[in-house]
Design a protein around this ligand. Structure first.
Ligand code: HEC
Ligand code: HEC
Length: 360
């Protein structure tokens, strides 16, 4: 009996000894829980998706997220592009966060705009420009070309070339870039920021442009325009505006050749409009999103000085010879003609290369 009593006493002494550590452990757990689970989930700290938040996943008909066999969400094209954006480290150089003190990057960004996006790609550095409001700013074709070789579009750019990415991946990336800030831009509340984006803002567009219009018939304005042209346009349109810049080689839709006679008919306003609005479906950018009205007027002054040939040399296959098209027999003749020319050239080439070998 006495032995039993003793053991009971021992037990209670032992239990007393563990009270302090137990309190410490419980307290630590409480703190960890508060910091890791409770605080982040406080309703007041949770950012609800804003009306500008994007969804980068496919949805079922009933609105739920589509999942693959492994239960992972199925990404849409822009979502695949976002994954590539993360993988390629675009966010090392590009932020997606416009703060109140920032100018030139469009409207501000709030936490809810990126709700449900993990990992976030807000970025911490602006080696390149902020991309929060990039969507709709430049044509798809421009983006693909720029991603392949940024120097072709912005001489002196330090952005690396992503030409090693398959075309499919570049397409996904561009889909993603075109979503950035697109909804924000389309919101009527933000129209004052993007006024010029809307065709109905034409009046404001011309008003702003006239306000900054220099004398476009002066040599000084044309000279100023020549510099801007060399920096921004010559890569495509060529130094003399003949449409033969280094970029033109690889482009399906060739840049305009300003020596063509019909440009004589262009008024100052037509020139300005084309430069400002670009040409949809081609790589010609909407320069009003990059240049100031004054700079575009200088460009107009320069473009007007380019000689517009009265009779440009046009290769025969470029003319639409209606008679030839009507009489089918005329076609084979021309084809043979060209073929013979080609064959002759080949022979010549063969001979001269042989001669070269002989010389060695
Ligand atoms: C080493 C830094 C760096 C990295 C990495 C980088 N960029 Fe850039 N990016 C720049 C710089 C600098 C510019 C500005 C000059 C230019 O347009 O090339 C730029 C410009 C851009 C522009 C044009 C913005 C505009 O409106 O003119 C886009 C779009 C862009 N980058 C997208 C990307 C994407 C997508 C990736 C990843 C696949 C990427 N960048 C990776 C530095 C970088
Ligand atoms: C990335 C290549 C590229 C760059 C850079 C570029 N352009 Fe263009 N530009 C084009 C293409 C492509 C067209 C479309 C030609 C067509 O529609 O046949 C075009 C068309 C034009 C037109 C319209 C011609 C017409 O027929 O009405 C004007 C004006 C023009 N560019 C001026 C400029 C100016 C000024 C700059 C520089 C600030 C510039 N472009 C930079 C590719 C470019």
């Amino acid at each position: 009996m006495s032995e039993d009593k003793n053991s009971n006493e021992n037990k209670s002494v032992g239990a007393k000894g563990y009270i302090l550590p137990a309190i410490v452990v419980a307290f630590s757990f409480a703190i960890i829980y508060t910091v890791v689970v409770a605080i982040p989930n406080l309703p007041s700290l949770k950012s609800e998706p804003s009306k500008y938040a994007m969804e980068y996943v496919e949805k079922e008909a009933d609105g739920t997220i589509k999942r693959d066999e492994q239960g992972l969400p199925v990404l849409n094209d822009a979502g695949k592009g976002r994954a590539i954006y993360v993988r390629e480290g675009c966010f090392y150089c590009h932020s997606q966060f416009v703060r109140p003190q920032d100018r030139d990057f469009g409207s501000r960004v709030f936490a809810g705009d990126y709700a449900n996006e993990t990992p976030n790609v807000l970025g911490t550095s602006r080696t390149g420009p902020d991309l929060s409001n990039e969507g709709g700013k430049l044509p798809d074709e421009w983006h693909v070309g720029h991603l392949k070789n940024p120097r072709e579009y912005n001489p002196g750019s330090i952005m690396p070339s992503f030409s090693y990415l398959p075309d499919e991946d570049l397409g996904y990336l561009v889909s993603y870039l075109q979503t950035l800030g697109r909804k924000r831009m389309d919101d009527p509340e933000n129209r004052h920021i993007y006024e010029a984006y809307y065709p109905e803002a034409d009046e404001a567009f011309w008003h702003a442009s006239e306000h900054h219009k220099p004398n476009v018939d002066s040599a000084a304005a044309a000279n100023a325009g020549a510099g801007i042209f060399r920096q921004n346009c010559a890569v495509c349109h060529g130094l003399n505006g003949l449409g033969n810049g280094p970029n033109a080689l690889a482009m399906a839709k060739k840049p305009a050749n300003f020596s063509r006679p019909y440009y004589k008919a262009y008024s100052d306003k037509t020139w300005y409009w084309r430069v400002a609005e670009g040409v949809p479906g081609t790589r010609m950018p909407r320069w009003k999103l990059k240049l100031e009205p004054e700079q575009m007027w200088y460009l107009v002054a320069f473009l007007k000085t380019l000689p517009q040939d009265k009779s440009p040399i046009i290769e025969p296959y470029q003319t639409i010879d209606s008679e030839a098209w009507q009489s089918q027999s005329a076609l084979p003749e021309r084809i043979t003609d060209n073929y013979e020319k080609l064959a002759k050239n080949k022979k010549k080439g063969g001979k001269s290369s042989k001669g070269g070998h002989g010389g060695h």
